[in-house]
Design a protein around this ligand. Structure first.
Ligand SMILES: [Zn+2]
Length: 301
């Protein structure tokens, strides 16, 4: 089994080619290629790996559906992004910039046919004896991690990273990516992995401790965002400004920050821990003077 071929560059291909020859003896030894999630630094070389190995390419069901949909309906994709920005209270100018970015990036998006999908909470990986997949949504809706019970090795993809927290963000497939992510980490912790191999960087010395740390960090971020709310209804755009004061953000970075902050705000609203009101298509979030969700209660004075 090969996991996450990598980014579609010559340099990455050369490194992968050498790695496969050294570790497995050649491409004919690769029986299956599992892609943990749809990001280009993981899925980019999939077509080339297929050409070299003939191996089936598998990924989580929701990411396969998402990629197919984005390839078939690029305009709807741009509309979704624009709608999301408007809901965040972004200025029209920013909406225009992101729409333009979407249009110019279109020729570079790859279309890829998967040979099968990994569907459900967990299951066997076809073609990789002894390996199980575990659905670990959060970073993407369809993200999967791979686990071998015999020696408790976990190939975590971007669900567990050694130094940074993976990006989470509002998406059209799942309503609570932060809650999804916390639940996915709980599932990984319960497997008690002896070795955790992350999608980027070195394996953390204490894999289970890192999983716990990431879970606590996800919940702590929700509280950080809540602490930025007050009686004055605030758009997600304003909350991002308050969360990263004075930070210059290029549009792509701001887009990530907006999607992630909105995920925390939606989570708070869904849990009844923040109130939300729609004003001209933009959601505004607030607490009352008692720090509770809801309208201000007028005193009798
Ligand atoms: Zn990723």
């Amino acid at each position: 089994m090969l996991v996450d071929g990598g980014l579609n560059t010559e340099e990455a291909w050369t490194a992968l080619d050498q790695g496969v020859r050294a570790a497995a003896g050649g491409w004919d030894r690769v029986a299956v290629h599992v892609v943990t999630h749809m990001h280009m630094d993981h899925v980019g070389l999939a077509a080339r790996v297929k050409e070299a190995s003939g191996a089936a390419v598998l990924t989580g069901r929701l990411d396969a559906e998402r990629m197919a949909h984005a390839a078939a309906h690029p305009d709807e994709e741009a509309d979704y992004r624009a709608g999301l920005l408007r809901r965040c209270g972004a200025p029209d100018e920013m909406v225009g910039v992101v729409e333009e970015m979407q249009r110019s990036a279109r020729p570079y998006t790859t279309t890829l046919e998967f040979d099968g999908v990994l569907d459900g909470d967990e299951g066997d990986v076809p073609g990789a004896a002894g390996w199980r997949f575990v659905w670990t949504p959060g970073h993407t809706a369809g993200h999967v991690s791979l686990f071998r019970p015999a020696d408790r090795v976990l190939i975590a993809g971007d669900a567990v990273l050694p130094r940074i927290t993976p990006t989470l963000g509002v998406n059209r497939q799942r309503t609570d990516p932060v809650g999804d992510y916390a639940a996915a980490l709980a599932r990984l912790e319960a497997l008690d992995p002896a070795l955790v191999l992350p999608g980027h960087g070195e394996a953390p010395a204490e894999g289970v401790a890192r999983i716990r740390e990431l879970r606590a960090a996800a919940d702590a971020e929700t509280e950080t965002v809540r602490a930025l709310l007050g009686a004055e209804p605030r758009s997600c755009w304003d909350v991002v400004d308050a969360r990263y004061p004075g930070r210059e953000m290029p549009p792509s970075t701001r887009m990530l920050a907006l999607r992630e902050t909105l995920a925390h705000l939606d989570r708070l609203a869904a849990a009844g821990r923040a109130a939300v009101r729609e004003v001209n298509g933009a959601a505004r979030f607030f607490l009352n003077a008692d720090g509770e969700p809801g309208e201000q209660t007028r005193g009798g004075s």
